[in-house]
Ligand binder design. Structure first.
Ligand SMILES: Nc1ncnc2c1ncn2[C@@H]1O[C@H](COP(=O)(O)OP(=O)(O)OP(=O)(O)O)[C@@H](O)[C@H]1O
Length: 290
């Protein structure tokens, strides 16, 4: 099924589907936290097509960040495997993995007081050994990342002097400087005003048009996700509730079942996402009728 982003690899055997060009594949992923009751992700499998944008959507607490962290090796897998180009990601040496996959999480911690340029150069660490000095390739990668993220004018500014929106663009520049084949972005537009949201999504759109990097990102804005992503994956309570092209995933049934809202969904014009218009009272978790 060419449109399916996810496939039911229920036996957990990491295999490659020759009919699709999956870049990243998670098979039978089970992820738990020591102090959480039961697994947060319980045996889910997903495939992320090469050079395309896949967006994870779902309510708060449904497991989106956890799934991203599992793929990015930020949390350990209780079972299952993450394959990148068919190879087990957990077999890759740390720097080799960091040259392959970048992960911009929601929690950014910068190493001390830095200028914007210094932070973006940190993205180059997987490409250098400890004693190696900065190369022309590093300078060029940083220039490209800074230019694509539109933060050239901020290069010499101290990171701590920037607004939240400016900082987010700088973090994205750092992730781009890493020059990975796969980029995971966790809620890159959250807390940003509409202008900065669109700036971030324009970067995603530019990368999507180039088809040179595989992107898996978490977005809360469903209309935005449907507009900018090639594929959507909807998570609900740690399970995949729907997957596929945006026009098939964003339905009135999905909004009711997964997000607890009654809404009218109107298909958008070409190049725009659907329009979601709430039309009734919210379903409450404790409402037996919902
Ligand atoms: N470090 C942790 N320790 C224990 N439980 C955790 C931890 N991180 C997340 N959880 C729990 O795992 C579940 C999924 O959380 P996660 O952050 O993955 O969801 P999410 O869909 O990304 O949520 P949001 O949209 O609110 O960011 C939640 O019930 C959360 O409380």
């Amino acid at each position: 099924m060419a449109n399916d982003v996810l496939e039911g690899d229920r036996d957990g055997v990491p295999t490659r589907d020759p009919d699709t060009d999956d870049h990243v594949r998670g098979t039978d992923l089970r992820i738990s936290y020591p102090d959480a009751e039961g697994p947060v992700i319980d045996g889910e499998s997903l495939s992320v097509p090469r050079g395309e944008v896949t967006a994870l959507i779902g309510p708060n607490g449904s497991g989106k960040s956890t799934l991203l962290k599992g793929i990015a090796r930020r949390v350990s897998l209780e079972s299952g495997a993450v394959l990148i180009d068919g190879d087990d990601a957990h077999d890759l040496e740390k720097k080799a993995f960091a040259r392959t996959l970048g992960h911009l999480s929601q929690e950014h911690t910068s190493p001390g007081s830095l200028t914007v340029e210094e932070l973006v150069y940190h993205g180059r660490y997987p490409h250098r050994s400890f004693f190696e000095s900065v190369t022309d390739a590093d300078h060029e990668a940083v220039d490209r990342a800074v230019s694509l993220s539109g933060v050239e004018h901020l290069r010499d500014r101290d990171l701590s002097s920037l607004s939240g929106g400016q900082k987010q663009l700088v973090w994205i520049a750092m992730a781009l400087a890493q020059e990975t084949d796969v980029l995971l972005l966790d809620e890159p537009t959250t807390f940003l005003d509409i202008h900065h949201q669109l700036e971030v999504m324009e970067i995603v759109e530019t990368l999507r048009d180039r088809r040179s990097i595989t992107i898996l990102l978490v977005l809360h804005d469903i209309e935005q996700a449907a507009r900018y992503a090639d594929h959507l994956v909807a998570l609900y309570d740690g399970e995949i509730a729907a997957r596929g092209p945006p026009s098939e995933v964003v339905t009135e049934d999905l909004l009711a079942d997964v997000f607890g809202i009654d809404a009218r969904v109107t298909p958008g014009q070409t190049g725009t996402g659907p329009v979601i218009e709430p039309i009734g009272p919210l379903h409450r978790d404790d409402d037996p009728e919902s």
